[in-house]
Design a protein around this ligand. Structure first.
Ligand code: PMP
Length: 423
């Protein structure tokens, strides 16, 4: 094979240095591995308690029933389940998705829905159809790492809007939009995860949702509402979506990853007509169509199993794990460490005492056999060094208790060291 043009003076053949480096697009050059992904290999060693990845506890699913329905889909409906399908997704599944989003107060028509290979794909498609290099997306502080990656890979300029326990601050949002416009930037979207946010665990109340929407409407900016944890409220409460207040100005993203199984890769977007049409065109160029077999598997699962009862059991399981996490934090963490008690979802957000850096803490934590994600992974601008995310979805309560004890030991040692250096 000949060398790529322009790579003649590149690294010698046979090394692991990439001879194509000069050829990548500006977009690809800006792509970075997420801090979470690079952690996965160490954190998945069995002796490490991983409070890092946000993996749903799939062993709690009715696995035998799922195996059975998948086998039947191939044996009895293979001519359809193994075939190409519509770029927008199967109409029968889109009808079922209408019933799922109705739980969040959304009224929609199956034609408003596009099925995607997970909601991550919908984020990528939205970035693809809206973002020119330098366009602004306003996001929460902190924000979901996968969305930051999708927006950055289309060279968006990401602006973190400060907030509080109730989510993004509407006044700060309005002034950030005005500032960006004064600098001549085009503000394309406000991105929010309003319910049990990844990574902070925070949930926007109803009034805050309406306020954020009002600011976006006033400014003529699209809202991207990413809501994969909506059904995971530990008390079974439902949180009406921002989309339920405005059908024209909000794209609503959902997923079966947290309530059924992420390995099936079935998510969706509910979008205003024009946006939905462009999303389908972009999806066709990316993957032609979402996989028929996993769409049909979700359809059968929703139709033939008591799936909302299973979600209720999952909520109960996650609630016990959340309790183990916050109880052990209270028992073991030194003064100055703060964390929240999320009412649902997978994550708690932790602030470290003065002087501690979560990135420097991580190798020591891993040496002590516990993993977390440093807060910097959830910011596009280097913030978050004094924070970290703990996820409580996958390990058992006993493992969580042990993991938090190990982490508390590491934090205590670091606090001691910092004090010594201050003297
Ligand atoms: N949005 C948020 C806020 C998430 O936490 C995740 C998964 N970690 C996704 C989107 C993507 O999920 P999926 O592609 O599996 O639907």
């Amino acid at each position: 094979m000949s060398r790529p043009a322009g790579a003649t003076a590149g690294p010698p053949r046979g090394t692991r240095l990439d001879p194509w480096l000069a050829q990548y697009s500006a977009r690809a050059t800006g792509m970075r591995p997420s801090e979470i992904r690079s952690l996965f290999s160490v954190a998945s060693r069995p002796e490490v308690v991983s409070l890092a990845g946000g993996m749903p506890y799939v062993p709690a699913l009715p696995l035998a029933e799922i195996a059975d329905l998948m086998a039947r889909l191939v044996a009895e409906q293979g001519a359809v389940s193994l075939q190409y399908g519509s770029g927008q997704g199967r109409v029968d599944l889109r009808e079922q998705i209408i019933d799922v989003v109705a739980l969040q107060g959304i009224t929609a028509h199956p034609d408003d829905v596009i099925v995607t290979a997970g909601s991550q794909m919908a984020l990528d498609l939205l970035a693809r159809i809206f973002i020119n290099p330098g366009d602004v997306v306003c996001v929460e502080s902190p924000s979901y790492v996968g969305a930051l990656g999708a927006f950055s890979s289309y060279e968006a300029s990401i602006v973190h809007i400060p907030g509080d326990e109730d989510g993004m601050d509407p006044v700060a949002l309005a002034s950030a939009i005005a500032d960006c416009r004064a600098r001549g930037q085009s503000v394309k979207a406000v991105y929010t995860v309003p319910t049990f946010q990844n990574p902070s665990g925070a949930t926007m109340g109803a009034a805050r949702r309406a306020d954020i929407l009002a600011v976006a409407q006033q400014a003529g900016v699209l809202v991207i509402e990413d809501d994969p944890y909506a059904l995971l409220d530990f008390d079974g409460a439902l949180h009406p979506a921002i989309r339920s207040l405005d059908e024209e100005g909000v794209v609503y993203l959902g997923s079966f990853s947290k309530t059924v199984a992420p390995g099936l890769r079935v998510g969706w977007a509910v979008a205003p007509h024009g946006i939905r049409e462009r999303l389908v065109l972009a999806a066709e160029s990316a993957i032609l169509c979402p996989p028929a077999i996993t769409q049909m598997a979700i359809g059968e699962y929703l139709r033939h199993t008591p799936w909302l009862d299973t979600v209720k059991q999952l909520r109960e399981l996650y609630r016990c794990r959340r309790d183990a996490l916050v109880r052990t934090m209270a028992e073991t963490m030194p003064a100055g460490v703060r964390w929240n008690t999320p009412e649902g979802g997978f994550y708690s957000w932790v602030s470290l005492p003065e002087g501690l850096d979560s990135r420097a803490l991580l190798p020591r934590a891993i040496a002590a056999l516990v993993a977390f994600v440093p807060g910097t992974g959830f910011y596009a601008d280097g913030q978050g060094a004094s924070q970290l995310r703990l996820s409580f979805c996958y390990p058992t309560p006993e493992e969580i208790t042990e993991g938090v004890r190990r982490l508390a030991g590491v934090v205590r040692d670091e606090v001691e060291l910092w004090r010594m250096f201050q003297q």
